[in-house]
Design a protein around this ligand. Structure first.
Ligand code: NAP
Length: 275
């Protein structure tokens, strides 16, 4: 289903998408270009965002700017803001993120630092930078990609779960702060989605207890739900899983979430050992 016909007039003319080189972010970019928005695409892998930019410009006649950037750098705003200067950005999609599966105490410190910087610090600073501009325009939006792990943290994915709990609080709180200003904020909470994040974590989508959604479906739900409330859990199966876990006593919910995570990690490890 395409996003609303008046989407571009409310959230255009330009959208900033972080984490646009793959997965859900690439699908955000594709769907926004299809809706007629010009784009600023951010990720570290320059070749991937440049190829995507050329494809979208050719197919949809939109203007696409690329910015190869590590959002984990302390001074990333010093590069991001000049690249957006003079562009009338109406939509900010803070989607870049990374996972960290396994026991917290066996996870390298630099991975934990990167999770905090990219998943938490970057969307907060991006919101801080762009909200005044969006408020002045009196229309626009911010989508932040969270996770269902924000609702019940998963043991064996503790740093990631905690980072997404931060994202949930950040986005839902901002939703309340901007109400009535013409600016919409949405936290999009996907469950397992068939992207590099799963494979980079050593897991396999076939081992996900609720199956895996396509990144296109997840991005579409985010764009459709923007303006409809503070957050959206992508997919009925994920909504049911979150609801079920919320009904359980907390200790049981944590044990169930941890069991599911550890099983998926172990199955992934066995699959890669078997080749
Ligand atoms: N896949 C899932 O099962 C799932 C579930 C729930 C939530 N999510 C969330 O969905 C979002 C998108 O992830 P995905 O599933 O689409 O995975 P993905 O394909 O691995 O995409 C992650 C994106 O983030 C970018 N990124 C990572 N570190 C970055 C950094 N330091 N600086 C700039 N960009 C960086 C990556 O680009 P470069 O590598 O080119 O920099 C890539 O474009 C993330 O926030 C993730 O937490 C995913």
């Amino acid at each position: 289903m395409p996003i609303a016909a008046d989407f571009a007039s409310h959230y255009g003319p330009v959208a900033l998408v972080t984490g646009a080189s793959s997965g859900i972010g690439r699908e955000f970019a594709r769907q926004l270009a299809t809706a007629g928005l010009d784009l600023v695409l951010v990720a570290r892998r320059q070749a991937l965002i440049e190829t995507l930019a050329k494809e979208l410009a050719k197919e949809h006649g939109v203007e696409v700017t690329t910015l190869p950037l590590d959002l984990g750098c302390r001074d990333f705003l010093d590069m991001l803001l000049p690249a957006c200067e003079g562009r009338d950005i109406g939509l900010v999609v803070s989607n870049a993120g990374l996972g960290a599966k396994g026991l917290l105490d066996e996870t390298p410190l630099e991975t934990l630092e990167a999770v905090l910087a990219v998943n938490c610090r970057a969307p907060m600073l991006v919101a801080h930078a762009f909200l005044p501009l969006l408020r002045r325009r009196g229309r626009g939006g911010i989508v932040i990609t969270g996770s269902i792990e924000a609702y019940t943290p998963a043991p064996w994915s503790v740093a990631y779960s905690a980072s997404k709990a931060f994202v949930r609080a950040l986005g839902e709180g901002l939703w309340g702060e901007v109400r009535g200003s013409g600016v919409d904020v949405l936290v999009l909470a996907p469950g397992a989605t068939d992207t590099e994040m799963i494979t980079n974590s050593g897991m396999d989508v076939r081992d996900m207890p609720t199956g895996a959604m396509t990144p296109a479906d997840v991005a579409r739900q985010g764009l459709e739900r923007l303006g409809g409330g503070p957050s959206h859990i992508a997919g009925v199966a994920n909504f049911l899983l979150v609801s079920l876990l919320s009904l359980l006593p907390r200790r049981l919910a944590l044990l169930a979430a941890g069991r599911g995570m550890r099983d998926a990690i172990e199955k992934g490890r066995r699959r890669s050992e078997e080749g």
